[in-house]
Design a protein around this ligand. Structure first.
Ligand code: ZN
Length: 319
């Protein structure tokens, strides 16, 4: 199995990569364009692995080159990015690259440079890179990432092959998250996938955020209490937000997304109906939640709002 099978969506970019690999000829420069979080760096590493792989089904993930690239310790695959918190490349970074590109590789047949966020390269830096792209040292492969190719100089764009990457969508993002983030429940993966519009990188950042995780737990708790028609439990969870308007809005939005799945015969509902809440009840609760979110935005007092919500949601489950 090739590592490409674990990179979801983006069939065009993957086909191009398979073509280069089979052909044994990679362009000198490949530009990976796409929104932040859609896997540009990951895909750049996959290209690097495919270019150096010694196994079958390249990139195999098992040969010495693949393993080192995945661990980010391959001496001939360098990642160059703006320093954390900075948005531009330092002059020294570019000068070092220009000198280093002419030095022979350590252990691989070629050297590969991954240049991240090249939309932040100054015209000077891009022109310095252009010289390398025009007459690249033998075997050197440049992989550039950017959010929008038109932020680069036309002269640079014309020297590279551009591949566009896209977020794989909610269903595939959920699958990817379950594979990549340890101890994630299906429901957490689903929510994060929905809230990030199917962008795996963004979903991972959301999941790593402590505030988000706490809100997500409360949204799940609310749904569980509803499932049990536990009115007191519902009130208890809601009262935890009495001094946190923003948190309540986030939590209601998550519950809204979870319940919206119960009111339609969607992919998620078919796959596993997490909450046994009837579509009719889910619809009623959705109406209350949407009204509650409106009140929250209109600055209704929090104790009143949480009580109003608790009473409304509770009444949907009266037997
Ligand atoms: Zn390999």
């Amino acid at each position: 199995m090739s590592l490409l099978d674990q990179f979801y969506g983006n069939s065009k970019a993957k086909e191009a990569l398979v073509f280069y690999q089979r052909d044994g000829r990679f362009p000198h420069g490949i530009l990976l364009e796409g929104q932040e979080g859609c896997g540009r760096r990951t895909f750049a590493r996959l290209i690097a692995a495919a270019a150096l792989c010694e196994g079958e089904d390249a990139p195999c993930g098992r040969c010495r080159h693949c393993r080192k690239i995945l661990k980010e310790i391959h001496p001939d695959v360098q990642l160059i990015a703006p320093e954390p918190g900075k948005k531009s490349f330092k002059k020294e970074q570019v000068e070092r690259l220009r000198a280093d590109a002419w030095v022979k590789p350590n252990e691989a047949p070629r050297k590969i440079y991954i240049l991240c966020e090249t939309q932040y390269m100054t015209a000077w830096a891009q022109n310095a890179l252009l010289k390398l792209l025009e007459e690249p040292p033998a075997g050197v492969l440049f992989l550039l990432t950017c959010d929008n190719r038109f932020k680069l100089l036309e002269t640079v764009r014309s020297r590279v092959v551009a591949l566009t990457l896209e977020a794989p969508g909610e269903e595939l993002a959920e699958k990817a998250l379950l594979e990549q983030v340890p101890a994630l429940t299906q429901q957490q993966a689903r929510l994060a996938a929905m809230e990030s519009s199917g962008n795996v990188g963004r979903a991972k950042r959301l999941l790593a955020d402590e505030g988000y995780a706490a809100v997500m737990d409360k949204a799940a708790a609310l749904c569980e209490k509803m499932e049990k028609a536990d009115w007191f439990g519902i009130l208890q969870v809601l009262s935890g937000f009495e001094s946190d308007r923003e948190g309540l809005l986030q939590c209601l939005e998550q519950v809204r997304q979870l319940l919206a799945q119960n009111t339609k015969d969607s992919f998620f509902a078919k796959k596993d109906r997490q909450y046994r809440i009837l579509p009719l009840q889910a619809g009623q609760v959705l109406g209350i939640i949407e009204q509650g979110m409106e009140y929250a935005r209109q600055n209704m007092g929090m104790p009143l709002l949480t009580t109003w919500l608790g009473a409304g949601i509770g009444s949907a489950f009266e037997k």
